[in-house]
Design a protein around this ligand. Structure first.
Ligand code: BG6
Length: 605
């Protein structure tokens, strides 16, 4: 997935290069194979600089700070069409050098369009689909010189999911279009800008205009007009004030965003609980789950792992069976069997993950958009805008690619939903107190266990393979622990149901092989056997659980969580494993924030 940013001021600015570089840096988590920036002056002179590499490197090497103009575009690339190479970096000029633009997303008929337009005399400098977008628009522009019309005509030619921004060197307007990838407008004092994501806008203004798919915008320094891409009809939409602050897009005193975001978890969990106590969305959301015929919880990556924890809570506490499904598998494995009475809870912190949006599009095509509830973090995201009902995570911006505070708030939200469902079914007991204790329990876990996690990471810094096992409450936690270890430290780790380990994977165990057990005391009657199956074969059982002499005695290493109700163990055990994965990554010399090959939000298939 990539990131685009475009901005228009009234007059040429000598610091346009600095503005674009700052915007690019705040979008780094969206892709960091290559980066480019272009500034265009009011007289129509364009200066385009781009190359392979991270923002700091390229901006320094190509002197971005020299860029000057009243319009600017920058783009961060996570390669899909075309290898990471200078020619495929964005932004791109058209053949005649009259247009310049950049895109994010996937134009799936790129190869065909390059052939077709080359035959018509277009000159392509690379194989990137972003360049195809500019040339398709140029092809119409050549016929009538009307950029607005060319953008609407391009809609019928470009296939796939994308968002782009483009400007004609002659003139003072810029355009941007949203067709399946995230895009927002920012409105400030003396400028209007567009971006794939909020951090680059929040540096400049908190006045945000969310956009929907099928909309495009013509904007200049002090005005914007949203139009339908189908017919050019004007759409009125006022800016909303984003609750997010620019500070949340900075590391503060922390060495990495990930550590900052782990330490923010208690306060973000509290913010969510405060909201849920006041809002009128939680109960109706829970009522729909409680009365749903079949309820699917659908997500990708860490969001899927939260769905697994959610299905445990809803079953065990709420007495309501739900089905956690990996978003990318939903259409193939469940698409033909869904019923009009089914309910779909789509979970995505970004609200833009393509695998999740594909499910949303399929349900919409089946006339079931009304059966979709959303759990999202990003205000104005596609999932939020298109869910009939949604609940926000209130995690604030999460910059590190690996989900931490958004995962924890997804789990807290599912706990809150399960308690509401339990209340509706008269089985809540003293569970509401458990919820109230969550932020402090998370804080105690960080304070009590961060040092232990660091020591353990140093012990295992050369380890290249391990397992994390969970049972019942902690199965989703084991999956998330494995996700964190793989995603940032690059050690291989598989998360598995502990009862399943003996059916084959136990073969991997040799002397000292590390197997993490995340478990509750209530489940130790089962997990003790699972631990013994490993230790009797000289494997190392590293158990993370509330205090238990039995578990401690039978484990190779035992890390006691703070005393807490069993319902919090799924959450607290992940907090310890986040810290372990973080320290393991740092001690191995890697960056926890922007792991190789990954991207914060994958908006391609
Ligand atoms: C992946 C990230 O790209 O997207 C994961 O690497 C994340 O960390 C997953 O969990 C899902 O993202 P989202 O925005 O749908 O929750």
């Amino acid at each position: 997935m990539c990131g685009i940013f475009g901005i228009v001021y009234k007059e040429d600015k000598d610091d346009m290069g600095k503005i674009l570089t700052k915007a690019a840096k705040s979008l780094t988590y969206r892709g960091y194979d290559s980066v480019g920036a272009v500034a265009v002056t009011k007289t129509g002179k364009a200066d385009l600089r781009k190359d392979v590499g991270k923002v700091d490197e390229v901006a320094k090497k190509l002197n971005f700070e020299e860029l000057c103009g009243n319009r600017g575009i920058t783009q961060l690339r996570w390669a899909t069409f075309g290898v990471p190479a200078q020619r495929n970096a964005q932004p791109h000029f058209d053949t005649k050098g009259r247009l310049v633009g950049a895109h994010n997303g996937n134009v799936v008929n790129t190869i065909h369009l390059i052939k077709e337009l080359t035959a018509k005399g277009h000159v392509f400098r690379g194989e990137n689909d972003g360049e195809v977008v500019v040339h398709v628009i140029e092809d119409s522009f050549n016929r009538h010189g009307d950029l607005d019309l060319a953008i609407r005509e391009a809609r019928k030619i470009l296939k796939g999911d994308y968002a782009y921004t483009i400007t004609a060197l002659k003139g003072e307007k810029m355009f941007c279009t949203k067709m399946g990838s995230s895009l927002y407008l920012g409105v400030g004092d003396g400028f209007v800008c567009c971006s794939s994501d909020l951090p680059s806008i929040l540096n400049l203004t908190n006045q945000i205009v969310p956009l929907n798919d099928g909309e495009y915008v013509e904007f200049d320094s002090d005005s914007y007009e949203i139009r339908s891409i189908e017919n050019g009809e004007k759409i009125d939409r006022k800016p909303i004030t984003s609750p997010l602050s620019p500070e949340s897009a900075s590391k503060g005193d922390f060495p990495f965003f990930m550590e900052k975001e782990i330490f923010e978890q208690p306060e973000r969990a509290q913010a969510l609980l405060d909201y849920l106590a006041e809002c009128d969305e939680l109960v109706p959301f829970a009522e729909e789950i409680a009365s749903g015929d079949r309820v699917y919880l659908v997500g990708s990556g860490s969001s899927y792992n939260a769905c697994v924890i959610g299905s445990y809570y809803l079953n065990k506490l709420g007495g309501c069976a739900t089905f956690p499904v990996v978003a990318g598998s939903f259409i193939e494995h469940f698409g033909e069997g869904i019923r009009p009475t089914d309910l779909f809870v789509l979970v995505s912190q970004s609200g833009e993950t393509k695998d999740v949006i594909n499910v949303l599009n399929m349900l919409t095509a089946r006339g079931m958009a009304n059966n979709v509830l959303g759990v999202v973090n990003v205000l104005g995201s596609t999932l939020m805008m298109r869910s009939r009902r949604h609940l926000p995570l209130l995690s604030n911006l999460e910059i590190a690619v690996a989900a931490t505070k958004t995962f924890i708030n997804q789990s807290v939200l599912f706990l809150a939903l399960a308690i509401e469902v339990a209340k509706l079914k008269g089985r809540a007991g003293d569970l509401p107190e458990t919820l109230d204790k969550t932020p402090k329990a998370i804080k105690d876990t960080i304070n009590q266990m961060n040092g232990w996690a660091k020591e353990l990471a140093e012990k295992y810094k050369d380890c290249v393979d391990m397992y994390t096992l969970g049972y019942g409450a902690t199965y989703g936690s084991a999956l998330e622990a494995a996700q964190k270890i793989k995603e940032i430290s690059y050690a291989h780790c598989e998360g598995l149901y502990s009862a399943e380990f003996k059916h084959g994977p136990l073969a991997i165990v040799t002397e000292g092989y590390p197997v993490f057990y995340l478990t509750t005391v209530e489940d130790q009657h089962m997990t003790l056997s699972h631990i013994n199956e490993v230790t009797c074969r000289l494997g190392s059982a590293i158990t993370v659980a509330p205090p238990s002499d039995l578990l401690a005695k039978n484990s190779t290493m035992f890390y006691p969580l703070p005393h807490s109700e069993y319902a919090l163990v799924p959450i607290l055990s992940v907090v310890f494993m986040q810290l372990f994965a973080y320290h393991l990554t740092v001690v191995k010399g890697y960056s926890p924030d922007f792991p190789r090959n990954c991207s914060k939000t994958i908006t391609v298939d």
